[in-house]
Design a protein around this ligand. Structure first.
Ligand code: DCP
Ligand code: CA
Length: 530
């Protein structure tokens, strides 16, 4: 896989990494824009998605408020914010409090409303009192009806936009709101899901002039760790690609799945002017361009990129000379240009052959199959993902270390990035290879060895695309199943996002059997390129 961000990085909170910048920006803001300056709040994290919590905190800080990271009963908070479905008894249990009568406890929907309307709204309708239970549904309706669509560009991520993505249960589904909450009553209408459809469009993308610009927005948001916005844009791109005609009005854009009012604004702006001011702003920001470049270094995520920027580094040469790099980043910096270059699929095929021959020499009958974009038939590949197994169910076990040793010995593998990552019965190597001969570039390669019983699920997973996989997983949820690179399970019991019962493994001898269990037509790899 080309994925290169460590999970630790992803977990670093947005507000932590940005708080200094927020403070600087806040100091520059005119007083009337600091409309939350009366706030000194604590947000109870229970029930709030991590990313959303970070963004809520970030916004409160940005608009002049104070957020305390820990709860201290001796402090004088203006408000204690709790998720809408938390009631007072639960809050008291979590904070180990006997009484909350001297606290002003208010639901997150109030904070979202203030942020949306850019002013302090009356909190009383959102306040929870000692004897009161939360009334989630009525409040949700209230917030929805009072929310308004503002056309002005906003400088910071909007938590309400983020919560829409998070609560959206239709990721990977084209128009499935009708299924929401009804999975126990009727079978899902699988034909509406991305994973049930061929990615081979019967017609060209009629909105390429729009999707190209939105793709650039995705890259920028990814480099600033704004995952939810990046995901929102990606979903809109998928929708637009499939739309049979050129967008000719704001309303037309807004009526499409995964496109809300703000995205419709952007789409309509591009449709009308051929430009997107927000993207131009990004492109003229030196800082954002440098952050983008730094996040392209293998082994560096948005947090590291930001640290490097804060340390005064501005070029890849700066990093090479002055930054304190770990092993992976050193390789990433040294081979920066090679890694950015996508290889022609013919080169990926040559790389596959080298691995195949070496594996076959160790264990006859071994299967070595390149997955990822190569298997989906793409003309170029970011890296090569080789999946290895053996049909006898046991011989694969001895191959991993010998294969890597042989490939290093021959000079084919030039650098290790992750020597061995074990998840369950699967082993994964991430490194760098170079074909023999003149003018060859270094290429990223992953070698994953799996038991034959997990081969079909691993094939599905590593073939992707990532968007197709997300759609499969969501469809699984609707059918009380789960799917990952190891197995398909049925009878899974979930309470919210949490799995209460893991379910039981369904034997999946072939990729076809996975599709069949999910009640969707089999799609060959080249039709999974969503
Ligand atoms: N994958 C996934 N979710 C992710 C990352 C990867 O489901 N977040 C799966 C689907 C991908 C496959 O792993 O297709 C291989 O990952 P790559 O990052 O190598 O992606 P591709 O091979 O699709 O594209 P590229 O040509 O950029 O390598
Ligand atoms: Ca790949």
């Amino acid at each position: 896989m080309s994925s290169k961000r460590s999970s630790n990085e992803a977990q670093i909170s947005f507000s932590e990494s940005c708080s200094k910048r927020v403070q600087l920006e806040r100091e520059k803001k005119p007083v009337e824009e600091r409309f939350l300056s009366a706030l000194n709040i604590f947000i109870l994290p229970a029930g709030i998605q991590k990313a959303r919590l970070s963004i809520l905190k970030y916004q409160v800080l940005y608009y002049g408020g104070k957020v305390q990271d820990t709860f201290d009963s001796t402090l004088n908070y203006s408000h204690v914010i709790v998720e809408d479905n938390i009631d007072i008894p639960r809050m008291k249990r979590i904070l180990k409090l006997d009484s909350v009568s001297d606290l002003r406890v208010v639901k997150t929907s109030w904070l979202s409303l203030c942020l949306r309307n850019k002013k302090m709204e009356n909190f009383e309708d959102f306040q929870l009192k000692e004897e009161e239970k939360s009334n989630l549904n009525s409040l949700h309706t209230e917030v929805k009806t009072t929310s308004c669509h503002t056309k002005q560009a906003r400088p910071v991520p909007d938590a309400t936009e983020v919560s829409d993505y998070e609560s959206s249960d239709e990721d990977g589904q084209l128009a499935g709101k009708n299924l929401h909450g009804l999975s126990h009553l009727k079978p899902p209408q699988t034909e509406k899901w991305i994973c049930a459809q061929s990615s081979k469009s019967p017609r060209p993308n009629m909105n390429k002039h729009i999707t190209d610009k939105l793709e650039e927005m995705v890259k920028t948001y990814e480099s600033t760790n704004d995952r939810w916005r990046a995901l929102g844009y990606q979903k809109a791109i998928q929708t637009l690609r499939k739309h049979p005609k050129e967008i000719s009005s704001w309303e037309e854009a807004k009526s499409l799945p995964s496109i809300g009012a703000r995205l419709a604004d952007k789409i309509w702006e591009i449709a009308q002017s051929g430009e997107l001011r927000k993207l131009k702003e990004f492109e003229s920001s030196k800082e954002l361009q440098i952050l983008k470049m730094f996040t392209n270094v293998w082994g560096a995520g948005p947090h590291t990129a930001q640290l490097w920027y804060q340390q005064g580094f501005r070029t890849i040469a700066d990093l090479e000379e002055k930054a304190n790099l770990n092993h992976q980043q050193k390789v990433g910096v040294r081979l920066y240009d090679d890694f950015l270059d996508r290889m022609p699929r013919e080169e990926a095929a040559e790389i596959e052959q080298v691995v195949k021959r070496a594996a076959e020499a160790i264990q006859p009958g071994i299967i070595a199959q390149t997955c990822g974009s190569y298997r989906r038939g793409q003309p170029t590949c970011g890296d090569v993902d080789v999946l290895i197994t053996h049909p006898d169910g046991k011989s694969h076990k001895h191959v991993f270390h010998r294969l890597l040793a042989d490939l290093k010995q021959s000079g084919f593998l030039t650098d290790d990035l992750v020597s061995a990552e074990e998840t369950g019965n699967q082993r994964k190597y991430m490194g760098v290879c170079k074909l023999p001969g003149q003018n060859r570039k270094h290429r990223r390669i992953d070698v994953i060895v799996v038991p034959y019983s997990e081969y079909a699920c691993a094939l599905v997973y590593f073939t992707g695309s990532a968007h197709f996989n997300r759609s499969l997983r969501h469809l699984c949820k609707k059918q009380n199943m789960s799917l990952n690179e190891h197995a398909l399970k049925q009878g899974v019991v979930r309470k919210g996002a949490e799995k209460i019962y893991e379910g039981t493994v369904v034997p999946t001898p072939t990729e076809e059997s996975v599709f069949k269990m999910l009640k969707i037509p089999f799609r060959p790899p080249e039709e999974r390129d969503h």
